[in-house]
Design a protein around this ligand. Structure first.
Ligand code: GLN
Length: 187
């Protein structure tokens, strides 16, 4: 059976993720309810506003459903930016309730006012060519727990990390249209 990648579509840039997935021939599905989630084999948590997404996740029961399937090993996750905040075990200032699926600490809006947003080419472990990455009011990953490996750094800080069944990045490739991290996720 062909794989379907669910993209959490409560808020944020889910449409861009769906565009990248379709550019590499992967079937996708917008996930807004627990019912939608049952049809997804993998899940992308997009960028957006983590406080808003957290509220909607917990209100809809989707947060619990995602945690349950993930902890049973049934739902590989790729989380970007606000998504990375949502999966982190801990948020530095405690401003967001998270799913706590990945043992990292994140700090929101960590790049300061001057450089809310910038683009750069990153070297990523497991990907041959530089990845076109866009940082948009991005968080920092300030702590990486045991069993979490770093796939890419920027300015000596981790920006893409991986543990069993989960990848989290502080940057967006769906807005630059670079499909390489999505390919890494779906192999
Ligand atoms: N600053 C946003 C937050 O804290 C994340 C930004 C993004 O996802 N591009 O939720």
């Amino acid at each position: 059976m062909t794989m379907t990648v669910g993209v959490l579509a409560l808020q944020g840039d889910f449409a861009e993720h769906i565009r990248v997935l379709s550019s590499i021939g992967v079937r996708s599905l917008e996930v807004r309810s627990v019912e939608d989630l049952t049809k997804a084999d993998r899940l992308i948590l997009p960028g957006g506003e983590s406080t808003v997404m957290a509220k909607l996740l917990f209100q809809s029961g989707l947060g619990q459903a995602i945690s349950d399937r993930f902890s049973r090993g049934e739902l590989p996750i790729y989380a970007t930016c606000a998504g990375a905040i949502l999966v982190s075990r801990e948020v530095q200032d405690g401003s967001v309730s998270t799913l706590g699926l990945l043992d990292i600490t994140t700090q929101r809006n960590a790049y300061g006012r001057q450089s809310h947003s910038f683009r750069t080419a990153l070297s990523v472990r497991g990907i041959q060519t530089p990845v076109q990455a866009s940082f948009i009011r991005a968080p920092h990953i300030t702590r990486v727990g045991e069993g979490v490996s770093v796939l890419a750094n920027y300015d000596e800080s981790p920006v893409l990390v991986q543990a069993r069944n989960i990848i989290a990045g502080t940057f967006h490739t769906e807005v630059t249209g670079d499909p390489s991290v999505h390919k890494l996720f779906v192999v």
